[in-house]
Design a protein around this ligand. Sequence first.
Ligand SMILES: [Zn+2]
Length: 334
Amino acid sequence: MNYRTGIKLFYLIVAIFLVAGSFFLLREAGSKPATGLPASQEAPPDNLPVTETSAVKELIFYPRSPAPGDFIIVEAGPLDKDVNAELVIDFPGNISRYYHLGGILYAVVAISYNTTPGSYNLEVYIDNGEAESSTLSAEFTITDKEFRTSQFTMPPSRTEGWTAERLAEDREKVRLARENTEPYPLWLERFIIPLEGRVTSEYGAVRIINQNPPRRHAGIDIATDEGEPIIAPNRGIVRLAEFLLSGGYTVIIDHGLDLSSTYMHLHTLSVEEGDLVERGDKIGTVGMTGYATGPHLHWEVNIGQTPVNPEQLMANELLWIPPAYAAEIIKRGE
Ligand SMILES: [Zn+2]
């Protein structure tokens, strides 16, 4: 190859890169919905109704067709900060605290796994002073989902010495821990799995233990070796870290906005109540303390007191709620 041919080839390669690069950038810009969210937010999945409605945003929720046991994100606005708004649902579940940012009201709504599939309604009542009060509503479908039934026995020795009083005390501790929440999201990134392993019992499964009446499984069980580290799936504040009769060594992390995650049957605890944990921090190790037959993690996710599907937590949906700023969290965590 002579010098002139080399120069031509060089310019040709540069030109190809420039054309390809600008095409890629244009595509990127075109795919971003204009919602006024921070640039660091990941774009939501394609099926989310964001792009067309963002200019006149009123009431948005997603995912559009949730299943019993899922949670949905609700956005309403634009709203003035001091306007009273109330969200109303007509299915069994739990509405998180409201979170106002940039003129938008955000809430996380849990749909109980006991909900009958069908058509339901979501309403936001906005009190803008008498003349301007209004109600926004949206109809949506809760799809059918099949939950497995399993039957197994537990040796009576596993509950030796248990009293109804102690169990009630534990339940109250758990309830209070899940109620103790920051009024804004503490998470900054997407949620990650706290432990890799084999899922031995699914969320929502119907379980019959020792001929007792059927009970629903509020979380998922991940089995692996005793002593394996369990990590925080996201930033949060530890609200409970102690031994409970049924849960064994238990950790409850508040991620803000009524969203909490619970870890049971731990072998050892690595955190204390009040600790601010970052995503990926070790919170304890896998064990079989409490009501367990083998080493596994019982992982539960709650909106308020309603358990939701932990698998859904790792989708990108929650990133669509703009998180609080790190400085504010650090100040609170001190
Ligand atoms: Zn479990």
